[in-house]
Structure formats: C-alpha cells, structure tokens
Design a binder for this molecule. Structure first.
Ligand code: KG4
Ligand code: ZN
Length: 339
C-alpha cells in the first residue's frame, strides 16, 4: 500500500488543532491553537467562548497544517475528526469543517473517539504493542483501559466523581493559580513535602474505580480553615500533599491491574500524563516491578489535546475501512467501545 496521509481535526474542548499524519505513526504537521488565555479570566472553559474561538481559528489552522506538511488536498487519503466526548458546540465546529472538506474534495471521512486519541498519541513515538493497559487521565476522564488488540477497549475502572485533571484545576483556583491549575500545582509540588497526608480514597478496595472528590474537598477545607484562623500553610506542601495522594492511588490501582492483566505495554495518556511526579513514579514502578512491560508516555506536547493523536487512531480505521459519512454528528458523551 502506498503512504497514507490523514488530515485530522480536533476541536473537542479549548484547543483548535489540525494535523497531517503519515501511516498513523508520523506527525508531518500538528498545529495547535490554544484558547487558554481567553478562558483564564473565568477560571475554566466557557463553552460558548470556546465554540466562537473554534469558528474563528479552524480554517486558518487547517490551512497551516497542510502548508507545514507540504501536502495538498489531492494527496490526502482521508479526513478524520473527533466525534466526542467533549463540548457539543466545540465538537460541531471541527465536524462541520471535516464534512465540508470531505464533500468538496470527495475524501473518505473518519470519526474518532477523543480518548482513543490520547492512547494512540503514544503510537507517534513507537508502535503500540497489544495487549496493553492504558491509564487515561485528563480534565474530564480518569480511566484504566485494557486493550487486547487494536480498536478493542475495555474500561476496567473509572472515576465515580471528579476526574483527576478536574480536581487539579479546582484546587488551582482555590490557590489562585493560573488556569488550568494542573501544571502549576505539579511545579509547586516538586518543591514541597507530603506533610498533610490527605486521604487515599478507595485505594485498597478490590476494584479499579477511583474517587477524587474527597481529596479535593479535604484540600479545599484545609485551605479555608487555615485562612479563617489566619494560619499559613506552605502552598508547596499543600500541592505536594495533594499530588502524593493522587499519585499513590493511581500507582496502586495501576499495579493491581498489571498483576491481573498481563500486558506487553503500559500507556500513560491524557493531559495529566504531563505530570512530572506521575511520570516518574509510574515509570520507576513499572521498570522495577514489571520489567517485561514497556512503559510509554507521549512527549509533553502530545499529552494535551492535539489533532495528530486523532490522525494516529484514524489510520487503523482507514486500514479496516471503518468510515463514516456526512450524517456524522457530535457525540458529547461518546464512550470508549469497539467501532
Ligand atoms: O487531555 P486534556 O488536555 O483535555 C481534556 O481532554 O480534558 O487535559 C487537560 C487537563 C487539565 O485538567 C490540566 O490541568 C491537566 O490536564 N494538566 C496537568 C498537567 N498538565 C496539564 N495536570 C497535572 N499535572 C500537569 N503537569
Ligand atoms: Zn483530552
């Protein structure tokens, strides 16, 4: 088969992105227009503002991705787009652009699950080896996913309340850190100690589900109590204590899952996969305790939302002729299943 070039589009939340991906493993271009500055003053993503930004950016971002890749529409094999999960208004902008391009240029259209994209971001570095276990940690999701083979997702555990990234961002807000709080808390945590020993919810329960609302409330209550009493808590110790609680739970559940599911590869994925502490603890644990399991985590720029990861998933859809058509609609609550 000759080389397959996929033009991929991602607009599920607050990043407008387009990429050209070659054979599912090589990012030829990956343009990401972030809206973080616009949402910062609100302390979170405002859906209506996000949609408007996508509308303003999408054409330019797609043109730039094609220009950087030095590929014309003629050489594009298929167009891929995020179907969900995400914000409906944001998703619709990318989907509408993808459908228009597919129709105008008579190209096959491929619908991609955003969370599958986070897992397949690792394929842009090295081929995925099945069976694999993925820990998906983002602003909206926290899931342990077992994949026996390509395009076969079994969610073995997930959060019952807040996603990890959500907890980071809410605590960031309480500490008056810039939005999104994850990166800033991670940096603070590197300078502090776990002096506060926050709870590790559900850690020893015999399932793979998570709960992070308890630790989030414990941190917020600690801050409020200290403020009322006029006491000082070192923010770096608060950040380190929160991060230690989160990482302990994620690492413990991951270890248990790796004991039950023998896999060839472990993939850490999603925006929170950029977390320095989490990357260090999981890679050390896996190297030491599971030397036959390959540890993979995408490069920092590919941990957050981007279109190259959508192109990586789309390649396997393309090879198996799993195409969609112009009736494609946004699916804000799309779950990870086979398709
Ligand atoms: O995957 P992503 O870019 O968007 C969603 O699909 O949700 O994830 C964004 C999340 C935010 O909650 C952000 O605070 C978090 O990833 N994040 C981090 C770090 N960098 C980004 N959380 C912890 N440590 C980081 N270094
Ligand atoms: Zn994401």
């Amino acid at each position: 088969m000759s080389d397959v070039f996929i033009l991929a589009i991602e607009s599920s939340c607050d990043e407008t992105s387009a990429a050209v991906v070659k054979n599912g493993c090589e990012q030829v271009s990956n343009v990401i227009a972030s809206q973080i500055k616009s949402h910062m003053r609100f302390g979170g993503v405002v859906p209506e503002v996000a949609s408007r930004h996508h509308v303003e950016q999408i054409t330019q971002v797609i043109d730039e991705a094609l220009k950087i890749a030095q590929v014309s529409m003629e050489n594009i094999s298929a167009i891929a787009v995020t179907e969900g999960p995400g914000l409906v208004g944001s998703l619709l902008v990318g989907i509408t652009a993808a459908k228009a391009l597919a129709m105008a240029h008579q190209k096959p259209l491929i619908a991609v699950n955003h969370m599958a994209g986070h897992i397949y971001a690792s394929q842009l570095k090295e081929p995925l080896r099945f069976p694999l276990l993925a820990l998906l940690v983002s602003g909206g999701h926290t899931e342990l996913v077992y994949m026996e083979k390509d395009n076969d997702f079994q969610v073995i555990g997930e959060t019952r309340d807040d996603a990890v990234g959500e907890a980071y961002d809410k605590i960031g807000r309480i500490l008056n850190l810039p939005y999104p709080g994850g990166k800033a808390i991670d940096e603070l945590a590197q300078q502090g100690q776990d002096t506060l020993h926050f709870p590790r919810a559900m850690m020893h329960e015999k399932h793979y589900d998570f709960s992070f609302s308890g630790v989030k409330s414990a941190v917020i209550n600690t801050v409020h109590n200290a403020r009322q009493k006029g006491e000082q808590i070192k923010p770096e110790n608060l950040a380190a204590s929160f991060q230690a609680s989160v990482i302990d739970v994620l690492a413990y559940k991951t270890r248990q899952a790796l004991l039950e599911y023998p896999v060839k590869q472990f993939v850490l994925a999603g925006g929170v996969a950029a977390n320095k502490g989490l990357r260090r603890v999981l890679s050390t644990m896996i190297d030491k305790e599971f030397p036959d399991v390959m540890f993979s985590v995408p490069d920092l720029t590919l941990c957050g939302d981007n279109a190259a990861m959508i192109g990586a998933v789309a390649y396997s859809h393309y090879c198996q002729n799993r195409l969609t058509n112009l009736t494609l609609n946004a699916n804000p609550g799309l779950e990870l299943t086979k398709n």
